[in-house]
Structure formats: C-alpha cells, structure tokens
Design a protein. Structure first.
Length: 228
C-alpha cells in the first residue's frame, strides 16, 4: 500500500523531501505516468508535485491515482495562511474537512462543497504528542480551499467567519475531488506559513522550509500508523 503525497509547488516539494530524507527515510527517483517524484520506505510513500491551483492539482492527483496501484491515502501537503485564533507560524493544521470557499453560489443557496478528511488518520493523529523541542503545535479543523491569495486581514476575517476554517490555501479541494472520484481516503495537511494579512507575500516564501519541516514530521507519523 502507498501513501500518495502531493505538494502544490516546487519549493514545498523540495523542503518536504529534504526533511523526509533527514528523518532517515531513504528514497529513489520514480516516475508514474507523466509525473516523477520521490519514493520512500520501499514504496510505501510517494511524493510528487501536484501543481498550483485546484484544477491543476486535481488533474495531477487523478493522473497519479490512475497510475499507482494500491494507494491507501492521498494527501495534499503544503503551506497555508492561518485564519484561526491560537495559530502560530509553523503550526500544522490537519484538515477535518476541506471546504471550497470560492464556489460560485449566485443562483443557489446550497452549502459550499466540503470534503471530509480520512477519519481513521485524523483519529490516529489525535493521539500524537508533538515534543516541545519540535517547536510547533498540531491543530484539527476546517481548511478553506480556493484559487485566491488571501493577503488582507479583513478578507481573512470574512473567510473565517463564513467558513469556520482554521487555515486557507489553494489546492485542497482539487485533490479532494480526485480522491473522492477514485474512492480513495484523503487528508489535507498544511503548515502555517503566514497570517493571511498584508505581510503574507513575504512571510510565505520565508517560512516554507520550516512549515514543511513540521508537515514532514506529521507525515512520518502517518507512515507508522497501522492500516485502517
């Protein structure tokens, strides 16, 4: 069985794979279909780039699900802007659900599309104690997904109030839709890189390595979980 992990952009991919190697997981370069990535732990983990934005991320997630046999979990692993109180830069949010916040509802009052995270993996991470020396906290809650840079405090508050999300990023709903289509459990993991305010554009790039380092720590724990 393989845990499939996709990061949106190259910087996140590089930071994540370097940290997984430093955690003692040997790897090799492997291609599945048109996408290359890194295979870890005798094939039990495969990490690749999913692309920027929901549509591209969904396409590449589906492509890999079609080319890899025995995927037990699909993971969107990246950085995000923090929306909820008590979140610090570097903290990791485990998505109990991914909500597609930019879905146009002009002619419909239906709720925003929402995709539940894998409950067995969420339960397993619920008992995870992050050592104080790791320097980050683990949070569980909604992650908002939409192709919109949130770099304004007022817009961030509006989004938090309308969705209840702890964090916001772009690609999660794309991956969630592909996983649902393929009947594969899904999980979104986001390291907080910025506060979704006017400093976001600077904070985002500065904090990718540390945020993805902490995401790698959580992924390593997922690999140690018994099969659901």
């Amino acid at each position: 069985m393989t845990v499939l992990v996709l990061t949106p952009i190259e910087r996140e991919f590089t930071s994540l794979t370097e940290e997984l190697t430093s955690l003692g997981l040997p790897s090799s370069s492997v291609s599945h279909g048109q996408i290359s990535g890194r295979s870890y732990a005798d094939g039990s983990l495969f990490v690749a780039q999913g692309g920027l934005g929901k549509a591209q991320f969904g396409i590449q997630t589906q492509h890999l699900l079609d080319h890899i046999d025995g995927v037990s979990l699909a993971v969107c692993a990246g950085t995000a802007g923090g929306l909820g109180p008590g979140l610090a830069i570097g903290d990791v949010v485990v998505g109990t659900s991914t909500v597609e916040h930019d879905f146009n509802r002009a002619f419909s009052k239906r709720p925003l599309p929402s995709f539940e995270g894998s409950k067995p993996h969420i339960r397993g991470l619920g008992s995870l104690e992050v050592p104080s020396q790791e320097g980050f906290a683990l949070h569980f809650g909604l992650i908002a997904s939409g192709d919109e840079d949130i770099a304004d405090a007022a817009r961030a508050r509006q989004l938090r109030d309308s969705t209840g999300a702890l964090a916001v990023a772009w690609e999660g709903a794309g991956g969630a839709r592909a996983a649902k289509f393929s009947n594969i459990p899904y999980l979104e993991l986001r390291g907080i890189s910025d506060n979704a305010d006017h400093d976001a554009s600077t904070q985002f790039f500065e904090n990718i390595p540390s945020a993805m380092k902490n995401v790698a720590f959580v992924l390593r724990k997922i690999l140690d979980m018994p099969p659901p």
